[in-house]
Design a protein around this ligand. Structure first.
Ligand code: PHE
Length: 447
């Protein structure tokens, strides 16, 4: 992606569209196995802790670039990550490290989200540590897989806090699981940063819960405006995942905004996570003859829905939000079925900022040429935002980190992250389409 990169702002001309394909994509149309890909284990903790890279809050961009440059110039990328099972009892790593816990979906239905996000987080931690760590200490990332399952995250986060004595928690991608862990962190006074959970309730849990991404009221509105203005749709169907906080919330925000913009929702149909056959609902949708179908949900079901809709002869535009973002979407639905589909997300790998370019290059170098997606960028940014807060706080005490997070102003992979009064990060969104079996950048939408 090095040459011919689009400028991210206002780059809406179709001729300027660039496309990418993840190396994870297989040529076949079958549903992929969702086990995470394995990469070389990071090196152990380096001993040299003699310098601390201080972030100047007035110049977040310059400081960020210095950190990345220092890290990427190195031949070795030390990382202190280990699973809690390898990490031993509380304090085992000694006072030389600052422990951070990451709960993530490395296996199970949303594995692609969790793996990407985790890879971004690991890369950021490695860069931070290579550049000297924070306050003279290395960050130690403990991570544990919740298998994309309800209930697991609470147990994991409780262990991080009581056994491992982490100073902060990173996670999760899916709103439902961030909503589970948030109250645990809040009760313990431990700051939690979700990289990419967009449901507004996630940060409503309390003042310990932050996110580095936009929220679904914004995302619902931008999808509605795109459908009204760019696709010129008036009558649409909504087919939503009612089993996830994310899908159900986005359905509401999209529907409200689309109606407010003068559009009409002609029919609403529902499905649940893990459903495989959507033909009954799609047949009911087809009978109402909509001009488009909004599908707020995650890629597994969305892929099958788009495929089955096309099989039923439904050719109208289909669209949704960031839950669509996964290379597996193309594997499941097939490139042909995904013609005339659109989704909004947080980041595109052709984003033309110095920070995004450095991040894409570093990620590709670290993960065997793989192109990063939005979850990777936000996973990366969540760790950078945390490290920045610890530096500015001058302390790794959770209460001080929490106070410093409020005044975050850092430019990193996904753009500039600042916290609004609700600890959300208003940011631009990008709209992506699929052409010839490849993702293509369509336009940027500012908040
Ligand atoms: N925003 C989704 C949620 O809240 C998760 C997600 C983030 C999915 C980024 C894809 C990309 O559940």
């Amino acid at each position: 992606m090095g040459t011919g990169v689009d400028r991210i702002k206002g780059a809406s001309a179709p001729s300027a569209v660039e496309s990418w394909r993840s190396p994870r994509l297989k040529a076949s149309g079958e549903i992929p196995s969702l086990s995470p890909q394995r990469y070389p284990e990071p090196d152990p903790i380096p001993r040299s802790l003699d310098h601390d890279l201080t972030m100047n809050p007035a110049q977040p961009r310059r400081a960020f670039l210095a950190t990345v440059a220092a890290a990427t110039a190195a031949t070795v990328l030390p990382w202190t990550g280990c699973k809690p099972s390898e990490g031993g009892a509380a304090g085992a790593a000694g006072a030389d490290t600052i422990k951070v816990g990451e709960f993530c979906s490395l296996t199970g239905t949303e594995a692609t989200f969790g793996v990407s996000s985790h890879e971004g987080t690991v890369l950021a931690i490695e860069e931070i540590n290579k550049a000297g760590g924070v306050l003279g200490k290395q960050l130690q990332l403990l991570h544990e897989d919740n298998r994309s399952t309800a209930g697991e995250s609470v147990t994991i986060v409780k262990k991080f806090i009581s056994r491992d004595k982490v100073v902060a928690v990173l996670g999760e991608v899916a709103s439902g699981r961030s909503l589970e862990a948030g109250p645990v962190c809040q009760a313990a006074g431990i700051p939690m940063i979700s990289p990419s959970s967009t449901n507004p309730k996630v940060t409503e849990v309390g003042d310990c819960v932050f996110r580095v991404c936009f929220t679904d009221p914004f995302q619902g509105r931008l999808i509605a405006e795109f459908a009204r203005k760019s696709l010129k749709l008036s009558r649409v169907a909504v087919f939503s995942d009612v089993s996830s906080a994310y899908g159900d919330g986005l359905r509401q925000y999209f529907s409200d905004a689309f109606t407010a913009a003068g559009g009409q929702i002609v029919v609403q149909q529902k499905y649940s996570s893990k459903d495989k056959d959507f033909k009954a609902q799609l047949t009911a949708i087809k009978a109402t003859n909509p001009e488009g179908i909004c599908v707020p949900g995650y890629y597994n079901e969305v892929g099958l829905i788009v495929k089955q809709a096309r099989e039923l002869g439904i050719t109208v535009p289909m669209f949704g939000g960031d839950g669509w973002e996964a290379p597996e979407l193309i594997q499941i639905a097939g490139g042909e079925a995904l013609k005339n589909t659109y989704y909004s997300t947080h980041f595109s790998p052709i984003q033309d900022t110095p920070e995004a370019k450095l991040f894409v290059a570093a990620y590709k170098a670290r993960y065997q040429g793989k192109t990063p997606d939005a979850m990777a960028a936000l996973g990366y940014d969540s760790a950078k935002v945390l490290a920045d807060a610890i530096r500015r706080a001058g302390s790794a005490e959770p209460a001080k980190i929490k106070a410093a997070l409020v005044t975050t102003d850092l430019v990193a992979a996904s753009g500039r992250t600042r916290m609004d009064a609700q600890r959300n990060a208003p940011k631009a969104a990008v709209i992506i389409t699929v052409e010839n079996g490849q993702f293509k950048f369509v336009q940027t939408v500012e908040p």
